[in-house]
Ligand binder design. Structure first.
Ligand code: ARG
Length: 468
C-alpha cells in the first residue's frame, strides 16, 4: 500500500514501482524525518488544525518510533516506498486514525527537502571534526620539524629552500578553507522549506516562523515553487566535498613523491604502508593512492548532480531523488579519506639531513642574486651574473658552497667577504620578510595562529550526530 494508491485502479507494476523505491538508502534520514514530523504535528496542533488529543497521540507515537529506531536500526525496514511512508505506516499501526491526520497540509516534496537539510546540519560537523583532526596532525608535524629545511618546488623542479614546517602548514591552510566551505554549505541548507506544500504553499494557517525556530532554522525559504525544486545546497555540499578531496589528493601526491626513493624526505610508517606480493623490497603508499583515486568519485558525484539538475523544469521532479545517494556517497568518501590521510600524516617521520641536503646547492641562486641587488646592482643584471655563475658551476659539477672567496669576487666585485655565508639555506629562509613567508619567525607565528584557530573551532566535546 502506497501513500497515493487511492487514485489508481491497479496495483503498481513492480518493474516500474521498484525502480522508484528509495527506502534502501533514504532510511538514513529516519531521525530527521521523525524530527520534522514531530514539529509539523505540533504546528498543526498550535493552529487548531489538529485536535489537542490527536496532536498528543501523534507526538507520543512518533517519539516511540524514534526511540525504537535509535535502539534497533533493524526496525527501520519494510516494503515501504520511502522513509516518509515507513514512518507514517508505523504511526498508523501504533495510534490508528490520528496518525492519518499527520500529513495534513504537507507534501513529501517539502518533507524530503527538510529531511536532507536537517541531515546535513547534523552530519556536516562530523566532517568538520575530521578536518580539524587532520589539520592538527599537520600542525603537530610542523611543530616537530623545528627549523628543518627542505626544497620547495615549482614545475616540480627545486625552487627555493623552505622550512619543512612551512610546507606542512601549506596543507593546513588549504584544509582550513575546506572547513569554511562546509560551514557555508551548512548555512545554505539553513532555511525551512515547510509551508511550501507540494509546490504552491499550504492552505492551513501554519505559523512558519515559529516552526522555523522550533526546528532551529534561521530563515524560511522565499518561494514555494523554488523550494520544491531547489537543491542548490546539495550542489554546494558536493562542491565543498569535491574541493576537499582535491586537496587531499594533492596532499597524497606530495607525500607519495616525497616518501619515494628519489626524494626520501619523509618515511611512511610501516603501519600506513603496504607491501608487494612479488617484490620483497616494496613499501607502497596505497592509502594515499586510494585517496587520490577516490577524488574522481567525489567529483563524479558533483558533476552527476549538476547534470541531473540542469534539465529540470520548475517545481518538484522525481529526478531530485538522486540527491541522496550523491550526498551519502560523497560524505562517506570524504570521511574515510580524511581518516586514512590522518593515519598517514600523523605517523610520518622526517629524514632531516636528506631533506636539508636537497635544499642546498644551486637553488640558492635567487638569494645570491638578491645579495647583489641589495648592494645596489639592478636585479636584471644580478640575474644575468648569477645565471652565468650557475652555468659554470653546473659544467664543473659544483655548487655555491665550493666557491672560494676569490671566485666570488671574480664573478662580481659586489660580492664581499660575507658572500659565502650568505649563500646557505638557513640564511635564505631568514632573509624572507613577509608574514606569509618561510621566515622562521613568521612560520612560528603562523603555527601559533593555526593553533588558535583550531582551538576556536573545536567544540569541547564532539556531539553524537546520530546514525545515517
Ligand atoms: N523519495 C522522494 C525523493 O527523494 C520523496 C519525495 C517524493 N515526492 C513525490 N512527489 N514523489 O525526492
Amino acid at each position: 500500500m502506497t501513500l497515493w494508491s487511492g487514485r489508481f485502479d491497479t496495483e503498481p507494476d513492480p518493474a516500474a514501482f521498484d525502480f522508484g523505491v528509495s527506502f534502501g538508502f533514504d532510511r538514513a534520514l529516519f531521525e530527521d524525518d521523525v524530527t520534522g514530523s514531530l514539529a509539523w504535528a505540533e504546528a498543526l496542533g498550535a493552529c487548531g488544525v489538529l485536535a489537542k488529543e490527536d496532536a498528543a497521540a501523534i507526538r507520543k507515537g512518533l517519539e516511540s518510533i524514534l526511540e525504537e529506531g535509535r535502539r534497533d536500526p533493524s526496525f527501520i525496514a519494510g516494503a515501504d516506498e520511502d522513509i516518509h511512508s515507513f514512518v507514517e505506516r508505523k504511526l498508523v499501526e501504533r495510534i490508528g486514525d490520528a496518525g492519518r491526520r499527520l500529513h495534513t497540509g504537507r507534501s513529501r516534496n517539502e518533507q524530503v527537502s527538510l529531511d536532507l537539510r536537517l541531515y546535513l546540519r547534523r552530519r556536516l560537523p562530523l566532517l568538520q571534526h575530521a578536518l580539524v583532526q587532520l589539520i592538527t596532525a599537520f600542525a603537530d608535524q610542523a611543530e616537530g620539524a623545528g627549523e628543518a629545511l627542505m626544497p620547495s618546488y615549482t614545475h616540480l623542479r627545486r625552487a627555493q629552500p623552505v622550512l619543512v614546517a612551512h610546507f606542512f602548514l601549506s596543507h593546513a591552510s588549504a584544509l582550513r578553507r575546506d572547513f569554511e566551505k562546509l560551514e557555508a554549505a551548512r548555512m545554505e541548507a539553513d532555511a525551512l522549506p515547510l509551508g511550501s506544500g507540494a509546490v504552491a504553499g499550504t492552505s492551513y494557517p501554519i505559523d512558519t516562523a515559529l516552526l522555523a525556530r522550533r526546528l532551529g532554522f534561521s530563515r524560511i525559504v522565499r518561494n514555494s515553487i523554488d523550494a520544491s525544486s531547489d537543491r542548490d545546497f546539495v550542489a554546494s555540499f558536493l562542491f565543498a566535498v569535491s574541493l576537499a578531496m582535491v586537496h587531499l589528493s594533492r596532499i597524497a601526491e606530495d607525500f607519495i613523491i616525497f616518501t619515494g626513493e628519489e626524494h626520501g624526505f619523509f618515511e611512511l610508517a610501516d603501519a600506513s604502508a603496504t607491501g608487494s606480493s612479488m617484490m620483497p623490497q616494496k613499501k607502497n603508499p596505497d592509502p594515499l593512492e586510494l585517496v587520490r583515486g577516490k577524488t574522481g568519485r567525489a567529483i563524479g558525484r558533483l558533476t552527476g548532480w549538476l547534470t541531473t539538475l540542469k534539465g529540470l523544469p520548475g517545481g518538484y521532479n522525481k529526478d531530485l531523488q538522486e540527491d541522496k545517494e550523491a550526498v551519502f556517497d560523497a560524505e562517506r568518501t570524504l570521511a574515510s579519506s580524511l581518516t586514512a590521510t590522518h593515519a598517514v600524516i600523523s605517523r610520518l617521520t622526517l629524514h632531516a639531513s636528506k631533506a636539508a641536503s636537497a635544499a642546498s646547492g644551486l637553488l640558492l641562486a635567487t638569494d645570491v642574486a638578491d645579495y647583489l641587488t641589495i648592494r645596489g646592482m639592478p636585479f636584471r643584471r644580478a640575474h644575468e651574473i648569477v645565471g652565468a655563475m650557475v652555468r659554470r658551476l653546473i659544467a664543473e659539477g659544483r655548487d655555491f658552497s665550493s666557491l672560494t672567496l676569490k671566485e666570488w669576487k671574480e664573478a662580481s666585485d659586489f660580492f664581499g667577504d660575507d658572500a659565502p655565508q650568505a649563500a646557505t639555506a638557513l640564511e635564505s629562509v631568514y632573509a624572507k620578510r613577509t608574514s606569509q613567508s618561510t621566515n622562521p619567525d613568521a612560520v612560528h607565528a603562523a603555527l601559533r595562529e593555526c593553533r588558535d584557530w583550531l582551538e576556536a573551532v573545536t567544540p569541547t566535546k564532539v556531539p553524537d550526530r546520530g546514525p545515517r
